[in-house]
Design a protein around this ligand. Structure first.
Ligand code: TXA
Ligand code: MG
Length: 319
């Protein structure tokens, strides 16, 4: 049985014994294992049903530990690390030979970040090895933002979820790599493009699979609820086509009233995109659990975290 617990020493002993443990971060929960344990890494892929070509993110608690794993650290990567770590930025850097190939799916780069969550920073400080941790959801489904989300996904397949409460940012890290020493953004996430360009100027964006063979995880359909989900500009108009359906609706700031809406979620009455992002996955989980006929979501303003939210909703609604 999966145990949800705050007991860090239990997590440490499990991880030292090649087990995998779900850990909290400020973005989403991760499914973590020792990067040097082939057993643990194999279990992560198995439990998540993740394709083997899809590499894992490595988590450490200090810049020193990052430097021990990479062979190059471009100037702009340093600026970003300084600005955003600990925090919701993942850098893809050239790895050195100490990073096992199973972790990076054979790639010569490693994705790495220092998460900003007190529980997991404490855990990483006490471990003699870094943790590989993809989001703690089965491949293709919505990422978990609470310990119970993880428990519901994996039931008996993992022994422990280290409980760190609800994830503050609620959406995955922003991923940036380098091509010819120039930064490229591969995944929109918790840190907005606007925040990134303030630090390093304009950045190329390659977050669609067809132009981003370097980020194998950017599959088109992803983050999907099991209820059929639609993304539209005008929810009120769209749902008029389905008078007999039981509909769950998710909007940014303004309530909509209609007889076929069985559940309405307003993400931020104050029109705050950060607040909306932080509640997005929890709201999708909640709506999905109601087993309605459909979920209808609204396109968000195409700025700051609105871009990241739209990216996730587009992937959640792809056929
Ligand atoms: O916020 C987050 O990043 C969370 C928390 C747990 O840290 N983790 C997370 O991991 O979202 P995951 O595995 O669900 O997404 C990581 C993405 C995948 O799309 C993967 O393909 C990509 O990062 N990735 C990992 N290593 C890479 C590499 N060396 N080169 C290119 N892409 C890489
Ligand atoms: Mg994921």
């Amino acid at each position: 049985m999966t145990i949800i617990s705050k007991d860090i020493s239990k997590a440490i002993s499990l991880l030292k014994n090649n087990a995998i443990v779900a850990i909290p971060t400020e973005t989403v929960y991760g499914l973590a294992g020792n990067i040097y344990s082939e057993n643990a890494i194999r279990k992560i892929f198995e439990v998540k049903k993740r394709p083997h070509f899809n590499p894992l993110i490595v988590h450490v608690d200090s810049l020193k530990k990052v430097e021990a794993l990479v062979s190059e650290f471009p100037e702009k990567a340093k600026l970003l690390a300084e600005a955003f770590w600990p925090g919701s930025l993942t850098l893809i850097l050239k790895k050195n030979s100490t990073v096992p190939d199973v972790v990076t799916a054979g790639k010569d780069t490693v994705a790495i970040r220092i998460p900003n969550h007190p529980v997991t920073l404490g855990l990483l400080q006490q471990l003699p090895f870094p943790l590989a941790a993809p989001s703690a959801n089965p491949f293709g489904s919505i990422s978990p933002t609470s310990a119970t989300h993880v428990e519901n996904y994996f039931k008996d397949a993992i022994e422990m979820v280290l409980d760190g409460g609800t994830c503050k940012n609620g959406i995955e890290s922003t991923i940036i790599g380098f091509e010819n020493n120039e930064p490229v953004l591969y995944r929109l996430g918790s840190i907005s493009i606007e925040e990134i360009t303030k630090i390093i100027g304009d950045i190329k964006i390659k977050n669609k699979q067809e132009i981003a063979p370097n980020a194998p995880g950017m599959l088109e359909r992803h983050y999907a609820p099991s209820t059929k989900t639609f993304l539209v500009h005008d929810v009120a108009q769209f749902i008029k086509n389905y008078p007999d359906k039981h509909i769950g609706v998710l909007v940014f700031s303004k309530a909509i009233v209609a007889p076929n809406i069985k559940k309405l979620v307003v993400l931020s009455k104050k029109k705050n995109l950060k607040e909306a992002a932080s509640k997005l996955y929890k709201s999708l989980h909640d709506l999905d659990n109601l087993h309605l006929d459909m979920i209808v979501t609204e396109t968000f303003p195409d700025v700051e975290l609105g871009k990241s939210i739209n990216d996730r909703l587009e992937r959640a609604t792809k056929d």
